[in-house]
Design a protein around this ligand. Structure first.
Ligand code: SF4
Length: 421
């Protein structure tokens, strides 16, 4: 390539980044040994000399942000979250795992246990059984609270295996909800005192309108609790409380939740014949395919980039690179697997509300917090619209005056401040 003096180089078109910088800005490039360009470029003036504004305004965020629901079942949801920074996507993931509350068994009063499983192991197993109880209808138990119908769910289980009978399997469907509260009497030193139990319910939970038509119970009926041999028995009462996964994993509302950046596979040159077939065979998840180009010629094409697991088989051990593996920095394939207490789409909107609540508790300027509120509200609306498969929401039709007021604010720096508070 002939050498060109810097002064003779052609001017770059204003307002557009050259391709290599655009790739650096928007993509992570996966090389055989390690990925490069992994850092997001947040500084709004990073490309100011080329006339490109790298800032984020609320208006531009709303214009570019999209949620596309790919799969939605009772317990799982996969959706594409497009036009968002990794820090926000990761905040939602962490909140989903550790901060969205659920109800879980926390205390077990063992009346009898002659099975081979020790009391503490059994109590731990019981804590991990997902409960069919909407945590939004309950309150947290604080230090000075008594166990009442608003903060506790009581279950009991009694089973025994007669001598000479085959082994008895005890499953979660045998946990019986006690809407009236505990039935286990508390020990008292005064024999003439009125017997008390471990809860102080003022009314039966099934008389409350929210539980009248939806009895509380376990989410899955077939979770194995214990196996009783002939002559063995088990009897206990279990109290479920509201909590969050940060305190104990049993309160996490998700089996797991994760995201990955959208894969982008670029063929750097046309591969035909044997070379094309060799490439197709290398990929274990069939990202590539062979396309007939006529006259008996065949070439390799990228058929299913979304399936790429980044195993790097296609870029390993080649002298001349044939393929470039990229990941879009602002496009996340997000998956939520709920344990069942709340549907996955509700879990996500709850996570967004929790983040909004955290912003309220931040100490930054009021205007910054207002912007973040709007942004998070927009995300909730986008999820709901994505789920309903409605035509895409026109952000400018929403609360226009408020958008006009603040659309000059650079959200990236505001969010950065909020995260750091
Ligand atoms: S990285 Fe692995 S999964 Fe992805 S395209 Fe290459 S061979 Fe296929």
């Amino acid at each position: 390539m002939p050498k060109v003096s810097a002064v003779d180089m052609p001017d770059l078109p204003k307002g557009k980044l050259p391709e290599h910088l655009e790739v650096q800005r928007t993509r992570v490039v996966c090389k055989p040994d390690a990925p490069i360009h992994t850092e997001p470029i947040h500084y709004s003036g990073a490309f100011a000399s080329m006339g490109v504004d790298n800032g984020v305004t609320l208006e531009s965020f709303c214009k570019n942000f999209k949620i596309e629901v790919v799969e939605l079942t009772e317990d799982t949801m996969e959706f594409d979250m497009i036009g968002i920074d990794a820090s926000l996507a990761n905040a939602f993931r962490r909140i989903l795992i550790a901060e969205v509350p659920t109800m879980a068994i926390d205390k077990v009063y063992m009346v009898n246990n002659t099975t081979v499983i020790p009391d503490e192991v059994l109590a731990h197993r019981l804590g991990l059984i997902p409960l069919n109880a909407d945590p939004r209808l309950f309150e947290y138990l604080s230090e000075h609270d008594t166990l009442n119908e608003r903060n506790t769910i009581v279950f009991k289980l009694a089973a025994s295996c007669k001598k000479g009978s085959p082994r008895l399997t005890v499953k979660s469907d045998q946990l019986k909800w006690l809407p009236g509260g505990s039935e286990v009497p508390m020990e008292s030193t005064n024999p003439s005192a009125k017997p008390r139990t471990y809860t102080s319910f003022s009314c039966s939970q099934d008389s409350l309108p929210e539980f009248a038509n939806k009895p509380l119970g376990v989410q899955h009926q077939d979770v194995l609790i214990d196996k009783l041999g002939p002559g063995q028995a088990i009897e206990f009462e279990a109290h479920a409380l509201k909590g969050i996964g940060k305190v104990h994993a049993k309160w996490s509302p998700v089996a797991t939740t994760w995201y990955r950046m959208l894969p982008e596979i670029i063929l750097l040159k046309e591969l035909k014949g044997a070379d094309a077939e060799k490439l197709v065979k290398k990929c274990p998840v069939n990202v590539f395919d062979i396309e007939d180009v006529g006259k008996g010629d065949k070439k390799a094409v990228v058929a299913n980039p979304r399936a790429c697991t980044l195993c790097r088989e296609c870029i390993r051990g080649v002298n001349e690179p044939q393929v470039e593996l990229r990941r879009a920095k602002d496009h996340f394939i997000f998956k939520i697997e709920s344990t069942g207490a709340l549907p996955p789409e509700v879990l996500f909107t709850e996570a967004v509300k929790i983040l909004e609540d955290k912003c309220d508790r931040g100490e930054d300027g009021v205007q910054a917090l207002e912007s973040v509120h709007l942004l998070l509200n927009f995300i909730i609306k986008a999820v709901i619209f994505g789920i309903k498969r409605a035509p895409w929401l026109d952000p400018m039709s929403m609360e226009k005056e408020t958008f006009d007021d603040i659309n000059e604010i650079e959200l990236s720096s505001l969010l950065f401040k909020v995260w750091n508070n």
